[in-house]
Design a protein around this ligand. Structure first.
Ligand code: MV4
Length: 447
């Protein structure tokens, strides 16, 4: 096992990784920007190294500074968390070239899944169901037209280098294809420096369901069930739940074993998440995330597994030590992402934390790096806390979530806590009756 791990991240996830390491007897090195000198992860880590000014490009994305920090502190491994360098294949390979261990998948798997066409081809070859669409990248507008006729409208143009919904345009019929092609290409070009597009049949009312995978270096792969992440606004998840209200145990085991077999086939290692769209009882692979995800705690709550601990053990070469039959699912979990934003306009609201009181009690978990007097810097993502609640049933989980939200106090800034209060009172949500578009309609409704 490692003696010392460097955490190449900030905020709640840096703290989350520190906690797993501390419990494993591993010393931690925090890295931080000048804006994060007073951050919780810096205070708790065994050592801390300042790696640059506030702008992420010069600190949390500064590869030479992070590698130097690892070298001078004698860290043996680097955990990248989510965002920042977590899905940068070049960073993962530089970590390995420096004789350190990257706590995550191989650079080759990160690269494979980073390109959405390569990812889809690999997924299809490994037996995952995919959305009907073009064979690879489209050559021209004429090629797009031909493909759309063959697939059947409505179709969706997607960026090969994409993610986050950028460079994505729907064409409802032949009259819309030229405009969609032009807009998607220019958006993809400016967002990713790569204007290449591919095409898929557009699914109108799907749910977003993702499967958590763990794979060790000895060929063992397990799935930890699914998370329903359909409640999003502008491609930002707002609330996630596990299990999905839309699946039964037969469907769960079916897609879970297909996902597990696919990961064995491609030789995937460490933690990963396979994203599907789910519509009319069918799953369609869309993307794979080769990192620890923000919403991993809901899976931890229903399986009792510590996913960060598993990532560290796998990276150190340890076998999982259990098989799929040993993974037991228990109860229901929901995560609410609390952002420092106005709950109706979503305008960011960084500032100094006044009174801070986190809810507690049975089945309540708060992952946050906040404390009274902390100044939330304006330079980074606005998520300040995750409230994660577990119950033996979905109904118990909802009752407990309502109770916990009522206890949560964050003064000094606007937060999205009132949005969550409103959301969990909504009959459609209570009934589990929602798709990927439901939340956008809900937030724009004035009642
Ligand atoms: C789709 C889709 C409908 N049909 N693909 C959005 C981001 C990217 N990860 C994939 N996305 C979508 N792909 C087909 N063939 C609809 C979306 C989509 C979406 C997906 C998941 C969660 C929220 C979403 C919101 C809008 C569109």
């Amino acid at each position: 096992m490692f003696d010392k791990v460097l955490i190449a991240n900030r905020g709640e996830i840096a703290l989350r990784i520190h906690r797993a390491c501390r419990e494993m007897g591993i010393r931690t090195v925090a890295v931080h920007s000048t804006a994060d000198e007073d951050a919780m992860h810096v205070r708790l880590a065994d050592e801390a190294v300042c790696i640059g000014p506030p702008q992420a490009r010069q600190s949390y994305l500064n590869i030479p500074a992070i590698l130097s920090a690892a070298t001078i502190t004698g860290a043996e491994a680097i955990h990248p968390g989510y965002g920042f360098l977590s899905e940068n294949a070049d960073f993962a390979s530089m970590v390995e070239e420096h004789g350190l261990t990257f706590i995550g998948p191989s650079p080759e798997h990160i690269r494979m899944m980073g390109d959405k066409i390569t990812a889809k081809n690999a997924a299809k070859a490994a037996g995952l169901p995919v959305v009907p669409g073009s064979e690879g990248a489209l050559e021209s507008l004429e090629d797009a037209r031909r493909n759309a006729e063959e697939i059947g409208y409505p179709v969706l143009l997607k960026a090969t280098a994409g993610g986050g919904g950028k460079g994505m345009k729907v064409a409802r019929d032949a009259s819309e294809i030229e405009e969609a092609w032009r807009l998607a290409r220019s958006e993809a070009g400016s967002a990713f420096g790569n204007a290449d597009l591919y095409m898929e049949k557009y699914l109108g009312k799907p749910r977003h369901i993702e499967i958590q995978i763990l794979a060790d270096n000895h060929g063992e792969v397990v799935h930890l069930g699914e998370r329903d992440c359909s409640l999003q606004r502008r491609h930002q998840k707002v609330l996630e739940e596990a299990p999905s209200p839309a699946l039964n145990s037969v469907m769960r085991e079916s897609i879970g074993s297909i996902a597990t077999a696919a990961m064995k086939k491609i030789g995937y290692r460490n933690a990963g998440t396979i994203e599907f769209l789910y519509e009319d009882g069918k799953f369609y692979f869309i993307e794979m995330n080769t990192r620890l995800q923000v919403e991993h705690p809901i899976t931890e709550m229903i399986t009792g597994l510590d996913i960060v601990r598993e990532q560290v053990r796998i990276a150190a070469g340890a076998p999982l030590g259990y098989t799929q039959e040993d993974v037991r699912f228990s109860g229901h979990a929901i995560e609410c992402r609390v952002n420092a934003e106005h709950p109706e306009t979503f305008v960011p609201s960084p500032g100094k934390v006044g009174i801070y009181h986190a809810p507690g009690g049975l089945g309540v978990r708060v992952d946050s790096a906040l404390y009274t007097g902390y100044r939330v810097p304006p330079n980074y993502d606005s998520m300040i806390a995750k409230l994660i609640v577990h119950g033996t049933s979905r109904n118990e989980c909802l009752m407990r979530l309502r109770r916990a939200l009522g206890e949560f106090v964050v003064e000094g800034m606007n937060t999205t806590l009132p949005l969550h209060q409103r959301l969990i009172a909504e009959p459609d949500f209570v009934n589990g009756d929602y798709d990927i578009h439901w939340l956008e309609h809900f937030v724009h409704r004035q009642d």
